[in-house]
Design a protein around this ligand. Structure first.
Ligand SMILES: Cc1cc2nc3c(=O)[nH]c(=O)nc-3n(C[C@H](O)[C@H](O)[C@H](O)COP(=O)(O)O)c2cc1C
Length: 271
């Protein structure tokens, strides 16, 4: 069975599949249907664009592609003013309600996240999802242990100046790392090359979360500790050999923001 089959009866030889193929492996047919030469099949990224764009439904891919439940691509035009405001209103949330996030809701959110772009459609991102707040608190405590250790051991640690205040807050009973969050996602991948795709996927998670009533916060401090401190890495339980990419807290925000804070103007070099 070929990787991609072309129905000659339905094909109008419009050439759109060939033009939109990201790696140009679909050869336009002069009169009849296009073709994918067998020697090019190995280069196919399984992006599904050819099947999804063909105006006469003449293309069928044979690889497993996991489409969404509703795979109709036509959507109502998004209002740019509303979307701009939505993105401007996203905030890093550091105070969460003491309420766990429903598993069904998290699964639904990932139905959007799994469509984030990835280089060569590699889809390398894997996810650790933790919804037990006592587990998350353990990770925060281990981060503080790491800070205590590094404050003594590494005089040149780039984050050293933040350690005393964070350790003091933890000693006073606060959680300055994971903020008593009821949810944590950690993107990881098979190797270091999954970094950019992980950040894109996390950004997608970050952007869609408010539409589910959820708030998020990237946790660089936890990540730094997880990369440098083996007990934390082990506690996370990511399989050996995989690379931790970045963590993000999530949960229901306790407070509403009244205003959108200012940010730098976009620094654009116009050419
Ligand atoms: C890579 C990265 C790491 C971050 N790490 C932390 C962190 O460890 N703790 C924290 O409270 N916020 C963290 N943040 C959130 C930033 O402080 C926040 O995005 C910034 O202050 C802007 O606020 P806003 O996201 O509400 O616009 C991080 C953000 C990014 C992008």
């Amino acid at each position: 069975m070929s990787l991609i089959s072309f129905d000659v009866e339905k094909c109008t030889a419009c050439g759109i599949c060939s033009m939109t193929c990201p790696i140009n492996i679909i050869m336009p047919g002069e009169k009849g249907a296009p073709s994918l030469p067998i020697e090019y099949e190995a280069f196919c990224t399984h992006c599904g664009h050819c099947e999804a764009i063909c105006p006469t439904n003449a293309i069928m891919v044979s690889y497993q592609s996991f489409p969404p439940e509703d795979d109709n691509a036509s959507i109502e035009q998004t209002n740019p003013e509303q979307l701009k405001k939505y993105i401007q209103s996203r905030r890093s949330i550091r105070v969460f309600k003491d309420k766990s996030v429903e598993k069904e809701k998290i699964k639904d959110l990932f139905e959007a996240v799994r469509f984030a772009p990835s280089g060569m459609n590699g889809q390398p991102v894997k996810w650790l999802v933790v919804t037990d707040s006592s587990e998350i608190k353990k990770f925060a405590d281990l981060t503080i242990d790491w800070m205590r250790m590094m404050a003594e051991k590494d005089a040149d640690h780039p984050l050293k100046r933040y350690f005393p205040v964070l350790v003091a807050l933890a000693d006073a009973g606060f959680d300055p790392i994971c903020r008593n969050s009821p949810g944590l996602v950690y993107a990881y991948s098979e190797n270091a090359s999954g970094y950019t795709d992980s950040i894109i996927a996390l950004t997608t998670f970050d952007l869609i979360a408010p539409s589910f009533g959820l708030g998020t916060c990237w946790v660089g401090l936890l990540h730094r500790a997880a990369v440098e401190y083996q007990p934390l890495k082990e506690a996370l339980g990511i399989p050996a050999g995989f690379v931790l990419q970045f963590p993000m807290l999530f949960g229901y925000p306790k407070y509403k923001y009244r205003k959108i804070p200012g940010r730098k103007k976009a620094d654009i070099l116009w050419r």
